[in-house]
Design a protein. Structure first.
Lengths: 148, 455
């Protein structure tokens, strides 16, 4: 099944659930852009952008992906200097590279620009034992991702 | 009808007050901690053994929780990024209850680092400026310098930073709290109830030094940060102004009106009172002037396209004019205020952050964020910090009554005195403060001064 919204499109691999949303703003100057969540398990309705309320539900075999878009002012800055949708590998993952480290989990975070839009890719793996398979699945997911 | 929690807060606070004499601030802090404990975890606090502080840290306060400690817990009580760290991103929690009905904001302070990194935005551990540890000393025993994560909306010019050192918590939007942060919000409601005892004092605060007395401060969480203050002519009171134009008067300072609740094109950046103290002006960053009481409008730059925003103002001794100063040191004089020079054509290392006039009104000083001082007219140069490595940028300048000296305030609460300005104390090492020291005002007789924090 292909999920498309806010200029993002992805053909969800088998056993993956994908949601794309853009939050409403509260403050006058506040801005939001697209946030994509994908997981190998059922995503809860209430999800924090970088996995709060989600990663605590993961099993050791699960994977969770966030694609978080920044505004146009981020494009061209040193933090977003890398171009193209990145791919992950096992060396990028660490138990501390998480928004909230939880026992057994590993994470990795990559900032990049693609199609004139700035993003952060954040991937959480449920365990080191499952990491090789999760890396492969995450990259297959990224192969299917289109950013317009 | 009061809620159970409100009634318990009142009863416990009253009991605290009866037990033994506290200072006003100590009493407020203790009451606030109890109140916060009740708000965060009322039934645990009421029915379980333990202290208010144990409940005041909210859920997941131990090191194993994976979350990062609050900055005020590790930074001498200051709710700011500690030295060696920078704001690297932020998020908000909706409906936390700590900021009224508005969101509560969290800014991650990540360590600086001395090496490069790939697209992760986080450099390798061997070049971090800190080491991973668990915090101690309060119930906020969360992690310090451990989580290699970056929210990514602040200091985007830094390709690489280290791990998260601590979290700044505020009701003020991060892009107003730290100008390096963008307005792109992220949400993490899971952190809504995270807390620390040192955060209970949040809300703009006023600290009095020397013969200056503490006449009060804006209580609770302001919707917008405090940006300026000014003393009354007697020195027995002061006004405080927030960026939304809200004015708060204390001691013999009379409230003459405000812009609070009215739509502004640009935020208010400073306040200046008239010589008699029966009025004041507010100035916005576009140079728009709002006058109250006996303060007369003498002109503004509100309709002029400025090269740089206005950051401060000073009134003439007669009260029939005023100067506005922009971050590039451009001076705009109105009424009987005369132009004595500016740094508008000089390439400054750091922006101008404030100005002060001499007693005669025939000169003025401009101060830059690096502590550089520029004197014009009959203002004499009495020293500067231009060649000193500061822990935090300078944010304000206040003159002595003789015009033979001045004080400078830095954002870490340090006070620097020059000429005949006497040092009466500073906020550095003072312990629990909230927000950033943002402005200072001297007593008209020079025997003391006040410092206000922004939020």
């Amino acid at each position: 099944m292909t999920v498309t919204a806010h200029g993002l499109s992805v053909a969800a691999p088998a056993r993956w659930e994908v949601r794309i949303q853009r939050r409403a703003t509260v403050a006058r100057e506040e801005r939001t852009f697209a946030v994509l969540h994908a997981a190998t398990f059922s995503l809860p309705e209430r999800r924090d952008d970088f996995g709060g309320g989600v990663t605590n539900l993961m099993r050791s075999s699960d994977a969770f992906v966030t694609l978080f878009e920044y505004g146009p002012d981020a494009v061209g800055t040193p933090l977003f200097a890398h171009h193209g949708i990145p791919r992950v590998n096992a060396k990028l993952f660490s138990t501390n590279r998480l928004q909230r480290p939880l026992p057994g989990q590993l994470g990795c975070q990559l900032f990049f620009t693609h199609a004139g839009r700035a993003f952060c890719l954040y991937v959480v793996a449920g365990s080191r034992a499952s990491l090789p398979r999760i890396v492969g699945e995450a990259n297959a997911f990224l192969d299917n991702l289109e950013i317009q | 009808v009061k809620s159970l929690e409100a009634r318990v807060v009142g009863a416990v606070s009253e009991r605290l007050g009866r037990r033994r004499p506290f200072s006003r601030r100590s009493f407020i802090v203790r009451s606030a901690v109890v109140g916060s404990a009740l708000a965060v975890n009322p039934f645990r606090y009421i029915f379980k053994p333990g202290t208010a502080y144990a409940a005041a840290c909210g859920p997941a306060a131990d090191c194993g929780s994976g979350w990062t400690a609050m900055c005020c817990s590790i930074n001498q009580g200051l709710n700011t990024c500690p030295p060696g760290s920078v704001a690297a991103g932020w998020w908000k929690a909706d409906n936390s209850g700590f900021c009224g009905t508005g969101p509560r904001y969290y800014i991650d302070c990540n360590s600086t680092c001395s090496c490069g990194c790939g697209p992760s935005g986080i450099c390798a551990p061997n070049c971090w400026s800190c080491n991973c540890r668990c915090n101690t000393g309060s119930c906020d025993q969360r992690r310090v310098c451990c989580n290699e994560f970056r929210y990514g909306q602040c200091n985007l010019h830094l390709a690489c930073v280290g791990p998260v050192v601590c979290r700044v918590v505020t009701c003020v939007p991060p892009w107003q709290f730290d100008s390096s942060c963008t307005t792109r919000s992220a949400t993490s409601n899971a952190t809504a109830q995270h807390n620390a005892p040192c955060l209970q004092e949040s809300g703009s605060r006023v600290y009095a030094f020397g013969a200056a007395h503490d006449y009060g401060e804006p209580r609770g969480h302001l919707r917008k940060p405090v940006v300026g203050m000014d003393s009354t002519a007697s020195g027995n009171g002061y006004w405080i102004v927030a960026s939304d134009g809200g004015v708060f008067s204390y001691g013999d300072a009379r409230f003459r009106g405000s812009m609070g609740g009215r739509r502004l094109n640009k935020p208010i950046v400073d306040l200046a009172s008239t010589p008699g103290g029966k009025g004041y002006w507010l100035v916005a960053s576009d140079g728009g002037i709002f006058s109250f009481g006996d303060a007369r409008f003498r002109g503004s730059t509100g309709s002029i396209r400025l090269n740089k925003p206005i950051v401060g103002m000073a009134a003439t001794p007669s009260g029939k004019g005023y100067w506005l100063v922009a971050t590039d040191g451009g001076i705009f004089a109105f009424g009987d205020a005369k132009f004595y020079g500016s740094t508008g054509s000089i390439r400054l290392k750091q922006p101008i952050v404030g100005m002060a006039r001499t007693p005669t009104g025939k000169g003025y000083w401009l101060v830059a964020a690096d502590g550089g001082v520029f004197s014009f007219g009959d203002a004499k140069f009495r020293g500067s910090l231009g060649n000193v490595r500061l822990r935090a940028p300078v944010t304000a300048i206040a003159p002595t009554p003789t015009g033979k000296g001045y004080w400078m305030l830095a954002q870490d609460g340090a006070v620097f005195s020059f000429g005949d300005a006497r040092f009466f104390g500073a906020l550095t090492g003072k312990g629990s403060t909230s927000g950033r020291p943002i402005d200072m005002a001297a007593k008209p007789n020079g025997a003391g001064y006040w410092i206000t924090t922004d939020a």
